[in-house]
Design a protein around this ligand. Structure first.
Ligand SMILES: C[S@@+](CC[C@H](N)C(=O)[O-])C[C@H]1O[C@@H](n2cnc3c(N)ncnc32)[C@H](O)[C@@H]1O
Length: 316
């Protein structure tokens, strides 16, 4: 087993570095360790004064006892280095593909608390689900959306807890539609909207399968000026008729969004599939620009955490 002090020393060094950076930018939720050392395949994220510690499965075989001891060592080292009580460190194991999907409960209730990002408030829970309620890798993207939102009709697809909508509303969007098929996450979005004082008459929540919503919206000739579409890589929820496969389905999803965009409209399209390849030849004529270099934040060592494109109607 690798010596825990290697991890502790790196974490201490990183924590100092990123704390200065975060202070300068007034950021309170950020990543301080991103699988820096292969023997410690972990991500350590600060959510204000708590820590979301994730282990990524590597396929290493270990006896249960040995593994549990290692987890305790890692948690203890993290608490000690960051000078936090052990209860402030939430540990999760992120299995590859199988096991818990991001929508499933972990079995632990945890407690909801509120973090602030660029003046907006978000409810997070580090225990209850595999994800926390706020994806930190889209911090820059949220800001870019806010900067473009003034006077716009905004559409948020695969919205999760509605954080893009909170930013769009903060940037002066005149109206918005937030679409997700999960009751849990629509309720979470609603709580985030209320927390940030959004007018629920202008900012609509729609619980629907995005494929069905898009079909209907195109039929009704709805128009939006700004769209964010950040689908999961795969989804086979019982609530949808087929299976979502972002590699297979993205040309169709983007085409549908292009039909809903006003002439000067813009679509942010993003996903996290490592092997993803954008198939531009299968997409209707549009201007398309990859902006991942701007959207992936500095605190992520893994620059492939997501890829993001800005897409506008018109000729390529
Ligand atoms: C990766 S998250 C999106 C992250 C979000 N854009 C953000 O930055 O906070 C995926 C979300 O898509 C939703 N989802 C998955 N398949 C869907 C579908 N076919 N229609 C609507 N929502 C779907 C899930 O419920 C989940 O909330």
């Amino acid at each position: 087993m690798a010596d825990i002090t290697t991890f502790a020393n790196r974490l201490r060094k990183n924590a100092r570095h990123w704390a200065k950076w975060a202070k300068r930018l007034s950021i309170t939720c950020y990543r301080i360790y991103d699988r820096d050392i292969p023997e410690f395949p972990l991500a350590v994220d600060f959510y204000e004064n708590r820590v979301h510690l994730q282990e990524f499965e590597t396929g290493w075989k270990q006896e249960e006892e040995e593994y549990n001891a290692w987890v305790e060592e890692v948690r203890n080292a993290t608490a000690e280095v960051l000078e936090l009580p052990l209860e402030a460190i939430s540990f999760k194991r992120r299995a590859r593909q199988r096991g818990l999907s991001q929508y499933e409960k972990t079995g632990t209730q945890g407690d909801d608390f509120v973090v602030t990002e660029h003046g907006h408030k978000f409810i997070v829970n580090l225990e209850q689900y595999l994800d926390t309620g706020l994806f930190l890798d889209h911090r820059n993207t949220r800001r870019m959306v806010q900067e473009r939102a003034a006077g716009k009709r905004f559409l948020n697809l695969f919205a999760y807890t509605g954080s893009f909508t909170v930013y769009a509303a903060g940037g002066g969007a005149v109206s918005s539609t937030t679409v997700d098929m999960s009751n849990t996450y629509q309720d979470w979005s609603k709580r985030n909207f209320e927390l940030n004082g959004l007018d629920l008459k202008r900012h609509k929540l729609v619980r629907a399968d995005v494929f069905v919503f898009l079909e209907q919206a195109v039929k009704e000739r709805q128009q939006f000026d700004l769209i964010v579409m950040d689908p999961p890589s795969f989804s086979n929820s019982k609530k949808m008729s087929g299976v979502l496969d972002v590699q297979r389905d993205h040309p169709h999803l983007i085409d549908q969004c292009l039909k809903l965009l006003s002439a000067q409209g813009q679509l942010f399209f993003s996903n996290n599939l490592r092997s993803f390849e954008l198939e531009q030849d299968k997409i209707a004529a549009c201007n398309l620009r990859e902006i991942s270099a701007q959207t992936v934040p500095e605190d992520y060592r893994n620059k492939k955490i997501h890829r993001c494109w800005l897409i506008e109607p018109g000729r390529p």
